[in-house]
Design a protein around this ligand. Sequence first.
Ligand code: MTE
Length: 319
Amino acid sequence: MLIKKAPDIRSSEITPKSVYLRRREFIQASAAALVAAGFPSLVDEAAAQGGGLAKLPNVKKSPLSTTEAPSLYEHVTSYNNFYEFAPGAGDGPKNNSKNFKARPWKIKIDGLVNKPGDYDIDDFIKPYALEERIYRMRCVEAWSFVIPWVGIPMADVIKQVEPNAKARYVEMTTLHDVGKFPMQRTDVLEWPYIEGLRLDEAQNPLTLLAVGIYGEVLPAQNGAPIRLVVPWKYGFKGIKSINRIRFVENQPRNTWQKMAPHEYGFYANVNPNVDHPRWSQAREKRLPSFVPNRKTEMFNGYTEQVAHMYKDMDLRKNY
Ligand code: MTE
């Protein structure tokens, strides 16, 4: 994510990208060496594996998964946007989060609900069945991944906490703690990071509170210990390291809307027909490619599941 800079001076991306590309060359060279040495199965295995973090138990597969092949774990965990650790996309969040501890962690549910609560994260997760959902993900800056998430359908949580008749939106907040998130000492963004969904969007069967990727707990840079996943929306809606979920009457103002309201809206639905003011959204780069190598689909290909929620809305105005 970038704020009001000409597209040709994206200096914040240059260093991380070059580091990332070197890493990619290394992985490709290692894979080629394994194949040459007669170990192609090890390459397949490496592609299927996570990063050696704790495995999540009792994860059931979901029919809502795409059949597209997941991206490599190495790529999904080395090219991130997470301003609490580093500004701009690249491997800064991975490098700067090595000492991050996702436990202990509290999560608060409050606002217009019958059953508010303060939970320890593990007590919060425990009652719910974990699902693996392989989703296409599309960032507003036009890169994309396919990620096997593990998480809790947000609709299950909402049913449990019983929003009252006044609740129309859900506001989510990232923990504000400069001890854990070094960049919160700076003013690159307004802290804490905030995101929101309309209640029906939060209840959509696709909406997930993710606690893992590739069958393992989330690495810090991907939003440990719990983050939002809404695959028909641009990546910035997927708020990381959530510690509060509040049910409210009025539409929350999300962080990127506050930073650059003409560029980033509340809805942020993936839409190849509505350009960003500074670039086209018609195509995307499926990483590790850095050239646009595929067309972007309306609602990121999830039209059937989500279009009904926006049928009376002008998606040019509600970007
Ligand atoms: N959440 C917090 N708290 N802080 C952030 O900077 N960046 C957002 C989103 N969630 C961000 C965040 C942006 S811009 C994107 S594209 C996605 O996280 C990236 O998620 P990923 O790194 O898992 O691909």
